[in-house]
Write a protein that binds this ligand. Structure first.
Ligand code: F6P
Length: 359
């Protein structure tokens, strides 16, 4: 083991730079060289690499984003390529393997969510020495208790809820906060509890709008003339569908969600006469400096990935289990989405102390 390469793929999140820093610092300590791959798998296909030294990672621990750039398009197994003047989707995975080989790379460390880790697994199945590192604010990766970036996103959503509370109270309004969470409602659940929301709507529990309105009306009868709702972008009404803003071609998951907050707000105003305002938190959840928890988790993941490379254990992902960082097969990581289970302890606690989940 002499040289490792690292890339960041998929949507960014707070803590990516902290992982890169940990990788470079521990690898350098072991006498390894590190190459950074620019813009995720695009750079791997195109051969866009840069050496990463201690100097490059100095001061990046608190910085949001990724110094390497990222993309959630560019899948090497279906890569937009001009063939005889026509754009076609071509399998360019051999180019990735060739580019790494030509530069003497012994192991690829792929930091990503389900899309990037699926690609990493396919490359591992072609014989590449790959190690995955779990990232996503959605926290929906199976096989790890937590992805880095999630806790910081929860902090951001909780702060937004605190701010919405004061203005909701002054104006006697209903405030809806739409947060990210495509298929799993972890951010909505944790931020909702931390921010004292009255209603939490998550993709795992289709909501009944009557129940939501009833909860708000009951509060009003008790003298609480405002209410706070947090809704995950992937939530849907009973018998209804997720609200899709548009389709984006070339992405691992082409669905761009957005609009459930507006739908909910309209329904509450039109059918129940409840004055409602809607805030979409969007990419504010993905930007900015990682909190202390995510800096620590990112650092541990980076160090653990280098350790795995030194021990030549490939086709795995580093994962958090309880307080330990362990190695799990990449396959296990991408097999299924980690939904909020209906018996999740926090979900049950939220119900017990009276939070409305819409069902
Ligand atoms: O997967 C993380 C995520 O933040 C989702 O919650 C969200 O739907 C998506 O990324 C948005 O991605 P984009 O950057 O393409 O808008």
């Amino acid at each position: 083991m002499r040289k490792i390469a690292v890339l960041t793929g998929g949507g960014d999140c707070p803590g990516l730079n902290a992982v890169i820093r940990a990788i470079v610092k521990s690898a350098t300590g072991y006498g390894l060289e590190v190459l950074g791959i620019l813009d995720g798998f695009r750079g791997a296909v195109e051969g866009d690499f840069m050496p990463l030294t201690l100097k490059d990672v100095s001061g990046i621990l608190p910085r949001g984003g990724t110094i390497l750039g990222t993309t959630n398009r560019d899948n090497p197994f279906a890569y937009e390529t001009k063939v005889n003047g026509l754009t076609q989707m071509v399998d360019r995975s051999d180019d990735v393997i060739r580019n790494l080989k030509e530069r003497g790379v012994d192991a690829l460390l792929a930091i990503g969510g389900d899309g990037s880790l699926n690609i990493a697994l396919k490359l591992a199945n072609k014989g590449l020495s790959v190690i995955g590192i779990p990232k996503t604010i959605d926290n929906d990766l199976m096989a790890t208790d937590q992805t880095f970036g999630f806790q910081t996103a929860v902090d951001t959503a909780q702060e937004a809820l605190d701010r919405l509370h004061t203005t909701a109270e002054s104006h006697h309004r209903v405030m809806v906060l739409e947060v990210m969470g495509r298929y799993a409602g972890w951010i909505a659940l944790y931020a909702g509890v931390a921010g004292g929301a009255d209603v939490i709507l998550i993709p795992e529990i289709p909501y009944n709008i009557n129940r939501v309105a009833l909860c708000i009306q009951k509060r009003a009868k008790l003298g609480k003339k405002f209410s706070i709702i947090v809704v995950a972008e992937g939530a849907k009404p009973l018998g209804g569908e997720m609200v899709v803003e548009r389709m984006v071609s070339g992405r691992f998951d082409p669905i761009k969600l957005g609009g459930i907050g507006a739908k909910l707000g309209n329904d509450l105003e039109e059918h129940y006469g409840l004055e409602t305002r809607v805030t979409v938190l969007g990419h504010l959840q993905r930007g900015g400096s990682p909190n202390a928890y995510d800096r620590v988790l990112s650092t541990r993941y980076g160090v653990a990935a280098v350790d795995a490379a030194l021990e030549e254990e490939f086709g795995i992902m580093v994962a958090l289990r309880g307080r330990d960082i362990v190695r799990v097969p990449l396959q296990e990581a991408v097999d299924q989405i980690k939904y909020v289970p209906l018996n999740d302890p926090l979900l049950l606690a939220a119900r017990t102390f009276g939070m409305e989940m819409g069902d």
